[in-house]
Design a protein. Structure first.
Length: 66
């Protein structure tokens, strides 16, 4: 399953990935499956693996989605 998702998303543009993330985040928030604390935990887990630029983009995106 994870390999299928990777194959689906690996050739997508940044804007396509951001649109998908925004859509899925909004859906999870509506369903009560995601809150600000969960998004912060995701940021803390991912940020060490990202470049400064990627970290800044993720921070901006999460702030906009809260």
């Amino acid at each position: 399953m994870l390999e299928d998702e990777y194959a689906y998303y690996k050739n997508r543009s940044q804007s396509e990935l951001l649109e998908t993330l925004a859509r899925l985040t909004e859906q999870q928030k509506r369903n009560g499956e995601l809150d600000a604390a969960s998004m912060e935990e995701t940021y803390r887990m991912l940020s060490p693996m990202l470049s400064d630029s990627q970290r800044q983009t993720l921070r901006e995106l999460l702030d906009a989605l809260k």
